[in-house]
Design a protein around this ligand. Structure first.
Ligand code: ARG
Length: 252
């Protein structure tokens, strides 16, 4: 034991004086990056029956971390306030199906795009004659608060936007007949309307995605060091085709 400690001490000393200190830090213990996610957005981020945070984004972030040589730890965080928590230093990054928008890029630094998920409309199967969001004039349409889906609904004059803290509550309200449609990211719409057994008889997807949106991983403005690390990881993950494997796993 003593001998081991001595050896370890000598190794650290050798590292600090002779080799690059940064290298030794990495060899000693891997950097931990705390990542916030609003795990209410299946199949991208959600909580499973064992209360674990799982989904495409979680696997993707872990793969990015592995490729870039850091350790990701996830923190389930409500969407409303997830950006201000980053600015306030509560965590280092956000992976939460965040669409890269100009407004967000002005306030935060966002990684290279890693996933394309446009907005799409979901309605009840009993609703007739609706082929696009514009046909929802005079009706109530729900979205998660402050998402790009909510922004799209606001663009159509005459639709009454209903904001929800979680998208699951919007689908619940639609099942109960309190709203007429829901707008959200395509993979989430597919999950609710085509996969959930309580809903798949009731809901249908209207047409094709009507926006092109790319997800990015968000860091605090100016955190170039972490942004570079994440982009390095994303590029390695994409080169190895890990993203395609994750699509097979979570989106088929
Ligand atoms: N892509 C949309 C946006 O960035 C919705 C993201 C919501 N994500 C979540 N985990 N609830 O506005």
């Amino acid at each position: 034991m003593k001998g081991y400690r001595l050896m370890a001490g000598l190794f650290v000393g050798f590292c600090m004086t002779v080799l690059m200190p940064g290298f030794c830090l990495a060899a000693e213990d891997v950097r931990t990056v705390v990542v916030a996610t609003d795990a209410t957005w299946p199949p991208m981020e959600m909580v499973d029956t064992n209360k674990n945070i799982v989904g495409y984004d979680i696997d993707f972030m872990n793969a990015v971390a592995k490729e870039a040589g850091f350790n990701a730890v996830f923190k389930n965080t409500a969407w409303d306030g997830i950006f201000s928590g980053l600015a306030g230093g509560k965590y280092d990054a956000i992976i939460s199906s965040v669409t890269i928008t100009k407004e967000r890029q002005e306030k935060y630094d966002i990684s290279d795009p890693y996933f394309n998920a446009g907005q799409i409309l979901v309605v009840s199967k009993t609703l007739e004659g609706v082929t696009s969001l514009a046909d929802m004039k005079g009706k109530k349409v729900g979205a998660q608060i402050a998402t790009t889906g909510a922004i799209e609904i606001k663009k159509v004059a005459g639709i009454e936007l209903k904001n929800y803290d979680e998208i699951g509550l919007a689908f619940e309200d639609m099942a109960a007949g309190r709203i007429n449609g829901v707008v959200c990211d395509t993979p989430v719409a597919a999950n609710y309307a085509l996969q959930k057994k309580e809903y798949k008889e009731k809901f249908m997807i209207v047409g094709e995605p009507f926006t092109n949106e790319f997800y990015g991983i968000v860091v605090k403005k100016g955190n170039k060091d972490l942004l570079d690390l994440i982009n390095k990881g994303i590029s390695a993950v994409q080169k190895k085709g890990i993203d395609k494997q994750l699509e097979e796993k979570w989106l088929r």
